[in-house]
Design a protein. Structure first.
Ligand code: GSH
Length: 222
């Protein structure tokens, strides 16, 4: 039997967090090897482990996979979280690409210069309220089902709920006028695997803080 997937990143959310979420929601145990220094990253590069000299990298099923989306695609396919046919998959891709656009804005927020922060937060609030949340609320309303696609749990639900928690940290009021998103958040959070991941002590990482920014700067030299 194949061993546990091994995740290579530093000890923070960053681009690895959606991968942690998806594996955890699929009920897959994984190991993490944390980069602690620029030398650790250099070693992975010199050993030829990183296709584009970047992390996230996940060792899984004999592969060393790089590129966050490719890793998510593989996990979703493997654990049947990627729709039943190419049309469902196209919808899932469309939804998760939209989610990724908003996710990226929030991910980069802690790294922006202090004088730009208020404008960035205002933009995130505006886009969340007027573009992204209405779009996903509309999908749920259009079919009245419990999940975004195919009346069945998929990566789209898991990634959306991760995003809902992420947005909540910026502004908890943004979800107030979206009852179907609130209900989805509750439903997915109550799945046993997700509930476990949301408990303290799980591999879920805390919000980015000054310490993780400092660590990222040290490792990735920016
Ligand atoms: N498109 C890549 C981007 C990966 C990326 O930017 N990784 C950063 C850390 S979060 C990195 O390794 N930076 C070092 C470098 O680019 O040399 C992905 O989604 O995995």
């Amino acid at each position: 039997m194949a061993g546990k997937p091994k995740l290579h990143y530093f000890n923070a959310r960053g681009r690895m967090e959606p991968i942690r979420w998806l594996l955890a929601a699929a009920g897959v145990e994984f190991e993490e090897k944390f980069l602690e220094s620029a030398e650790d990253l250099e070693k992975l590069r010199n050993d030829g482990y990183l296709m584009f000299q970047q992390v996230p990298m996940v060792e899984i099923d004999g592969m060393k996979l790089a590129q966050t989306r490719a890793i998510l695609n593989y996990i979703a396919s493997k654990y049947d979280l990627y729709g039943k046919d190419i049309k469902e998959r196209a919808l899932i891709d469309m939804y998760t690409e939209g989610m990724a656009d908003l996710y990226e804005m929030i991910l980069l927020l802690p790294f922006c210069p202090p004088e730009e922060k208020d404008a960035k937060i205002a933009l995130i609030q505006e886009k969340t309220k007027n573009r992204y949340f209405p779009a996903f609320e509309k999908v749920l309303k259009s079919h009245g089902q419990d999940y975004l696609v195919g009346n069945k749990l998929s990566r789209a639900d898991i990634q959306l709920v991760e995003l809902l928690y992420f947005v909540e940290e910026v502004d908890p009021s943004l979800i107030f006028s979206f009852p179907l998103l609130q209900a989805l958040k509750t439903r997915i959070s109550n799945l046993p695997t997700v509930r476990k991941f949301l408990q303290p002590g799980s591999p879920r990482k805390p919000p980015t803080n000054a310490k993780s920014i400092e660590e990222a700067r040290k490792i990735f030299k920016f």
